[in-house]
Ligand binder design. Sequence first.
Ligand SMILES: *Cc1c(COP(=O)(O)O)cnc(C)c1O
Length: 388
Amino acid sequence: MNNKIQQEDNEYVAGTYNRFPVALVSGKGSIVTDEDGRDYIDMTSGIAVNSFGFCDEIWQKAITEQAAKIQHTSNVFYSAPCAKLAHMLCDRTGMKKVFFSNSGAEANECAVKTARKYAADTKGEDCFTIITLENSFHGRTISMLSATGQEHYHELFRPLTPGFVHAEANNFDDILKLTKENKTAAIMIECVQGEGGVVPLNQDYVKKVADFTKENDILLIVDEVQTGNGRSGKLYSYMNYDIQPDIVSTAKGLGGGLPLGATMLGDKVQNTLGHGDHGSTFGGNPIACAGAVSILERIDENLLEGVRRKSKFLFETFANVKGIEAVTGMGLMMGLKTVKPAREVVEECIKNGVLCLTAKDRVRLLPALNIPDDLLKKASEVITKCCE
Ligand SMILES: *Cc1c(COP(=O)(O)O)cnc(C)c1O
């Protein structure tokens, strides 16, 4: 075995990632190949990014054609892919405007800036608190760390950005208490807490929070960075909850493998951000947007039906496995609470040719939305064996 890639990386790349000892060099669909020529079934899609798997042909054609036409314009000029993608997102969600950035953290930054400005404009500058949930994850910038309701992300990086408080998930009384104590601009939730262990919020809780924000002119922000773009079995996970958020942030799967974040702005906040209030050099990059158009076009009812069917298959397969204590999640976003430590199970799976992830104490599965049924079945058999 030749570990040159791993040696070079370990020597020169900042040590922020506890990487698995595998260097991936090529892929096709849900099969990916390492530097030694070994194939794996992919149950990660690059953490919910490669929506249609590796090197999907339609996406590849869209980005290479755009790269040959015009690769970047800067946001002081108009460009077609950016306008088209925003139009499509609004048509599919009922949102009114879109701001493009390059990552999930940035999409959330824009959501929070919009909420702060809306609250300042309508209720005064002392109305700025953003309530997020315990066990949430919203990104790695200093402000999104502050938004994230997990203490261990805060350690070592103080002082944090002020104005974020955390409510216990699924406890509506805690929302009532915190909104009494703080002049609140917005409540930000993930309908399924991804990094928090793939835990969906309760239906009645989300509905109550949504109704409460409407009645009190507090903005509801839904972080769809991981749950969005078909992952949950609906285009966006909030669509499983019969609610209409004021702001939706997304990233990961939208670009299908290129960096792209989007913050969708609803009725109330569509004109909150004006000239000069926000910006991004790379945001809305034509190549990334052209790829995203080709992804979004194919996340139709037929594909979503397939996501729900594959999800049902996985839930049923893992329901009675010795070694799996609980199965949580939604669509093709799944957390397995295993008897063995999750990291150990994932290492075992990799040795047996299946790539999986962890999320907190869970094994996390995020296969491509179009993973073929036979590969899904094979992967689930390997995972089952490795859990026992
Ligand atoms: C991954 C993730 C983020 C951060 O996205 P980056 O692109 O890494 O900045 C934010 N929120 C949620 C829910 C995520 O899963």
